[in-house]
Each structure stands twice: as structure tokens, then as C-alpha cells.
Design a protein around this ligand. Structure first.
Ligand SMILES: [Cu+2]
Length: 96
């Protein structure tokens, strides 16, 4: 019985350890980007998004016309839109 309890306790610790990165609350934000028309556009958009403080990654697809951004908790979606639109002839919109 005591063995079982200690196993439960150990499993709880392991689970808590695994969940910690999830609690560090990164958010994944999908941004629709209109106006991308050549291979040079996605890197420009990606660079603009990564320039926003707190943004950890930004994958931009020309084909899908969208960006998938991973950002820390404090990043505001308006800032992402502003950054994209300031980087060129793009129109950005958050995909809910
Ligand atoms: Cu282009």
C-alpha cells in the first residue's frame, strides 16, 4: 500500500513537471495575411512578426496566405497586425 502511494506521488510530480512548459502560457495565433504574391513576401512577413517583442516563432505560408505565430503571454494581437501591415503592402487579420 505504501508503495502504491509513493508511486502515485512520484507520478504526480512527473506529470506536474511535464505540464510546466504548457503553463508558461505561450499562445499560438493564426494571422491571415492578404497581399503576399511572391516568394519574397513570407520572409518579410515572418521577419516583421519576429520583430514584435515576445514572438518566439512565425511560420508564414504563401500558399495558405497565413502566418502561425507562437508568442508569449503578453503579446497583443494588434501588435502583430500592425507589424505585418507596416512591413509592406499587406493586410493582416487574426483568424479566430
Ligand atoms: Cu512578394
Amino acid at each position: 500500500m505504501r508503495k502504491l502511494i509513493s508511486m502515485v506521488v512520484i507520478s504526480a510530480f512527473i506529470l506536474a513537471g511535464l505540464s510546466t512548459p504548457v503553463w508558461s502560457v505561450d499562445q499560438t495565433i493564426q494571422v491571415k495575411v492578404d497581399g503576399m504574391n511572391c516568394d519574397m513576401c513570407p520572409p518579410a512577413v515572418s521577419k516583421a512578426l519576429k520583430g514584435v517583442e515576445g514572438v518566439k516563432s512565425a511560420e508564414v505560408s504563401l500558399k495558405d496566405g497565413k502566418a502561425v505565430v507562437v508568442a508569449g503571454e503578453g503579446v497583443k494581437t494588434e501588435d502583430l497586425i500592425k507589424a505585418v501591415e507596416a512591413s509592406g503592402h499587406f493586410k493582416a487579420q487574426i483568424i479566430e
